[in-house]
Structures are given as C-alpha cells and as structure tokens.
Design a protein around this ligand. Structure first.
Ligand code: ZN
Length: 170
C-alpha cells in the first residue's frame, strides 16, 4: 500500500467524469487499498478515485476514520436508489483544504453498487453518511462541494484558491 497525492480544486483530473469499473483485478485492489490508506492518513472520512487522479467510479467512506473496521465502505459503480429530505451542514473536502461551507444535501440516501470484489451491495445512509454519499458521488461526476455553492460564498472561495495558486501555495 502507498499514499497517493490528492488532487486539489482546479486540477484537471478532479473535474472530469469517471467511468465504470469493468475489471476487478489487482490494479483495482491496489487502488482501493491506497485510497483507504490515503483517506486515513489525511485524515478524512471519504475519498473518491477522481481525487487521486484515477477516473474510475470508486469511492471509500469511513466515518470512524479507521477506528471501527465495520464502518469502512468501499463502493464501486455506485448509483442512488433513493434520496429524501434535506440537511444543511458545514462541509469540507480533502481536495480543498482550509475551506468549509454549508451545502444542501439529502438527509437520507440509499446507494447501490458493487463491493471491491464485484458483488452487489446496497447501503442506507442517514445524516452524515447520506451527506458523505452525495459528496463522494459528486466527485465521480467531477463536482466538488464548492461547485454546489452559489454567489458570493463561491466566488470568495474560488478567488482565494486562485490567489493561493499564483503564490504557489495550492
Ligand atoms: Zn471531497
């Protein structure tokens, strides 16, 4: 296993749409192991393959950040079965360190997809897990939480990032 560099807002790879996984080979297993290790090291509660520059529909989530093995979720080729309600909470992203904003997300979400071996799985998420599902699903379509913001708040974050980039700090 090894840590992979996490792309940041503005990096091309982060803003493209990922493709379905078609082969469950060693390369995929290595990718998933690396993503889990990278997520824990950050530390973060979720990571999508697009964030490490791999355009495949894979994400990992662990709300316990490695403290409870049963909370680790590995999702391949996910899709929403249902999304209900709304929640408004502050959110951040490993691809936009130092920035947080309130984002509208579903309160409940059911996601189905495949596990790391290609077997079907359906997982129901409430509150933080529903939020994490939507956040990671967005990544697979090239959408970062900043893109979900409107108006002044979004402009302010984007301007700050551009400034950091110019000075080589991003
Ligand atoms: Zn993110």
């Amino acid at each position: 296993m090894s840590l992979r560099p996490i792309l940041r807002y503005g990096d091309r790879g982060l803003h493209g749409t990922a493709a379905d996984v078609t082969t469950f080979d060693d390369t995929l297993q290595r990718l998933i192991d690396d993503m889990i290790e990278t997520m824990y090291a950050a530390p973060g509660v979720g990571l999508a393959a697009t964030q490490v520059g791999v355009p495949l529909r894979v994400f990992v989530i662990d709300l316990s950040v490695g403290r409870n093995a049963s909370e680790l979720i590995v999702m391949v080729n996910p899709s929403f079965v249902s999304r209900e309600g709304t929640q408004l909470e502050e959110e951040g992203c490993l691809s936009a360190p130092g920035f947080n904003a309130t984002v509208v997300r579903p309160r409940h979400a059911v996601v189905k997809g495949l596990d790391r071996h290609g077997d079907e799985q359906t997982i129901e998420g409430h509150d933080l897990l529903a939020r994490a599902f939507q956040h990671e699903m967005d990544h697979l379509d090239g959408v970062v939480f900043i893109d979900r913001l409107r108006g002044i708040k979004r402009d302010m974050i984007v301007r700050k990032i551009q400034k950091l980039k110019k000075t080589g700090k991003w």
